[in-house]
Design a protein around this ligand. Structure first.
Ligand code: SF4
Ligand code: SF4
Length: 281
């Protein structure tokens, strides 16, 4: 049987919060028995675009990581709270509303923080993937329908096709582990990888001037990883580097100038190595 999946694209999401508002519109003040009780107006976020910043001023990069229940195939919550969690044949993971009532410990059953406690109704709750709508013939949940630029998309397919699509499109799990999420992320490097940024300039009769014809190259252990021409401000950025991955060499060259070389040790953050000044030959 085909299962429901969601793809979240970090390069597309602009942090408009339409998905969160659509979720609120669907569930605040609305009971959907037997799927879920109504959501609290303010305290809960069953889907949540979380702002993530890399780098340091002036060379920063901001993205939004939309977090929601991952509808795991090997769901840790189902193992931690047997009987209180239903894994449907179509892949949707639901909490039993009766067993979730008066059971705040259920919140701890999800290692990813997807289960929340509704203090008003004293019930544990989470994203249902709008199962009440899917069962009524909808082809996507409200959050996906509300996303104006398709940063969220639905895929209804077999386990095999989902794995093939994940490999082909480089879809990644937001959290490490063997839980086999049915929510996967495209361009997750904006969240889990680092970049090295900088600029090239030269001295033009006492004025620091952007070296707009320069080429920047990144090497590791003497092997070239990437080379690029700098932009109109003389800036470069090498992205998708694993955190804590050791020492990199940045080289900048431009016709008529000596090559400038700088070594950078990459830790957990994305460094701005500043301006590399080129000297004339
Ligand atoms: S993300 Fe958490 S609540 Fe959702 S299925 Fe996985 S373990 Fe369960
Ligand atoms: S609606 Fe789409 S673009 Fe807007 S925050 Fe949600 S995922 Fe991002």
């Amino acid at each position: 049987m085909n299962k429901w999946h969601i793809v979240v694209d970090l390069e597309k999401c602009v942090g408009c919060y339409n998905c969160l508002m659509a979720c609120k519109d669907e569930f605040v003040d609305n009971d959907w028995p037997p799927y879920t009780r109504k959501q609290q107006k303010h305290d809960d976020k069953w889907i949540n675009p979380v702002r993530h910043e890399r780098g340091c001023a002036p060379r920063t990069d901001v993205c939004f990581v939309t977090k929601l229940c991952q509808h795991c195939e090997n769901a840790p919550c189902a193992k931690a709270a047997p009987g209180a969690v239903t894994k449907r044949p179509d892949g949707v993971v639901l909490l039993d509303v009766y067993k979730a009532k008066g059971n705040p410990d259920l919140v701890k059953a999800c290692p990813f923080g997807a289960i929340q406690w509704n203090e008003e109704l004293k019930v544990a709750q989470k994203c249902t993937m709008c199962a009440h709508l899917l069962d009524g013939g909808w082809q996507e949940p409200r959050c996906v329908q509300a996303c104006p630029i398709r940063a969220l998309s639905v895929v209804n397919c077999s386990d095999e096709d989902w794995e093939a699509l994940s490999n082909r499109e480089n879809l990644e799990s937001l959290y490490p582990g063997s839980h086999r999420p049915k929510v996967r992320y495209k361009n997750l490097y904006r969240y889990n990888k680092c970049f090295i940024a900088g600029a090239a300039a030269y001295d033009d009769h006492g004025t620091e001037t952007a070296a707009t014809n320069a080429r920047a190259t990144i090497k590791k252990d003497g092997v070239m990883l990437e080379t690029m021409y700098v932009d109109f401000l003389g800036e470069f950025k090498f992205d998708k580097l694993p955190p804590d991955s050791g020492v990199y060499t940045i080289e900048v060259d431009m016709p008529g100038f000596k090559k400038a070389v700088q070594e950078v040790e990459l830790g957990k953050d994305s460094p701005d190595i500043g301006v590399m000044m080129l000297e004339r030959d």
